[in-house]
Design a protein around this ligand. Structure first.
Ligand code: ZN
Ligand code: ZN
Length: 372
């Protein structure tokens, strides 16, 4: 028996989004035992990411009711029939964009971050609530829970030596931020980098830019409280966001503008600021996920004259199997500090408050840490 009606196991606690725009509920759910090709994971930790908020408020369409959370790490406790790559006891990171290996993007282009099937896991219910109602897995992995059941290819073995709780951050914020710097913008030693939006991803971008050898790293955020976090992550300058941001950044770079601007807020005005703050021929990269109503405008003349590149960046153009071992080396050598991204350690019950804090622009990354 596979899927939602497999033999149910004991109930576990989870954070459920009952409907788009509705308050979150921290409640008990019933998981089935893992069916063919699926594995059960006991979570050690899960990060609260801005994309969870985007699912909750409808910016990103997703079936509901759903268990949210997509940045998690834990231990495999049980595997279904036919699972060969993973065994019980294996420590893993959850991958919210598992690639199929067969579509045009995976098989022909070798760009698995664009996999056409990456969200296929979100459309089939995976668990039930206590009244028997169907629940969908948020971004396939449903990480805001004590345990989850996911497809085999949605887990990645955790490299040895990485702290189990902070490892969760590798699954979204760090792969995304690292990849934006190394795979999308391809920051070179000595270049100047602007980072707009100092949340979990922004902090990962700052650390990655430092590791890449960027000479000047300017961080911009709406909250003054982010300055110490940004500087600890590698920022050489910090500016409070305003309608003068692009001008202020240009002033810091002798009027030229930065070589690379990475936007992590997903708003029209900050994308425009990132673009305007970039030098002629520079690269502006949009990592933030904005809504359909956010329209960015450029004149045809400036597109020509500035010679800039503007690119969207999905999951940091990551190939997790290639990137995780590299990141693990940086973590183990002390160059990449995962704990510096975590601003609050909370229990599952704290997730609704962490959403409020994100809405208010406070904090960096709240990390749900489970006992034991
Ligand atoms: Zn995320
Ligand atoms: Zn694919």
């Amino acid at each position: 028996m596979s899927g939602i009606d497999g033999t149910p196991t004991e109930s576990v606690r989870a954070v459920v989004l009952p409907a788009v725009g509705a308050p979150l509920r921290v409640t008990r759910i019933r998981l089935p035992r893992p069916g063919p090709g699926r594995v059960r994971v006991r979570l050690a930790a899960a990060g609260v990411c801005h994309s969870d908020l985007s699912l909750a408020n409808g910016t990103l369409a997703h079936p509901v009711p759903a268990v949210l959370g997509h940045e998690g790490a834990g231990t495999v406790t049980e595997v279904g029939e036919g699972v060969e790559s993973i065994r019980p006891g294996q420590r893993v990171i959850l991958n919210w964009a598992p690639s199929c290996g067969r579509c045009h993007f995976c098989a022909v282009l070798a760009e698995p971050w664009l996999c056409a099937e990456a969200n296929a896991g979100t459309t089939t219910p995976y668990a039930r609530d206590e009244d028997g109602g169907e629940l969908y897995p948020g971004l396939t992995v449903a990480a805001f829970a004590e345990e989850t059941v996911v497809p085999e290819h949605a887990v990645l073995p955790l490299p040895d030596g990485i702290p189990p709780a902070e490892a969760a951050l590798l699954g979204c914020a760090v792969l995304t931020g690292w990849g934006a710097v190394h795979h999308n913008a391809r920051v070179r030693e000595g270049e100047s980098v602007l980072v707009i939006g100092v949340g979990g991803v922004g902090l990962a971008v700052l650390q990655a830019a430092r590791i890449a050898g960027a000479s000047r790293i300017v961080a911009v955020d709406v909250s003054e409280g982010k300055e110490p976090l940004a500087r600890a992550a590698g920022a050489t300058d910090f500016l409070l966001a305003s309608d003068r941001t692009a001008r202020e950044v240009r002033a810091l770079t002798g009027g030229l503008g930065v070589d690379v601007a990475i936007e992590c807020a997903g708003r029209a005005e900050t994308i425009r600021a990132a673009w305007s703050a970039t030098r002629r021929g520079g690269r502006a990269v949009v990592v933030g996920i904005g809504g359909k109503d956010q329209k960015v405008t450029f004149s045809a003349l400036e597109l020509f004259i500035t010679g800039r590149t503007l690119s969207g960046c999905v999951y940091g153009n990551s190939v997790p199997a290639r990137d995780l071992p590299v990141l693990a080396e940086h973590v183990l050598a002390g160059r990449f500090d995962l704990s510096a991204l975590v601003t609050d350690r909370i229990a599952l019950d704290g997730v609704p408050d962490a959403f409020e804090a994100m809405l208010a622009g406070r904090g960096g990354r709240a990390l749900v840490v489970h006992d034991g």
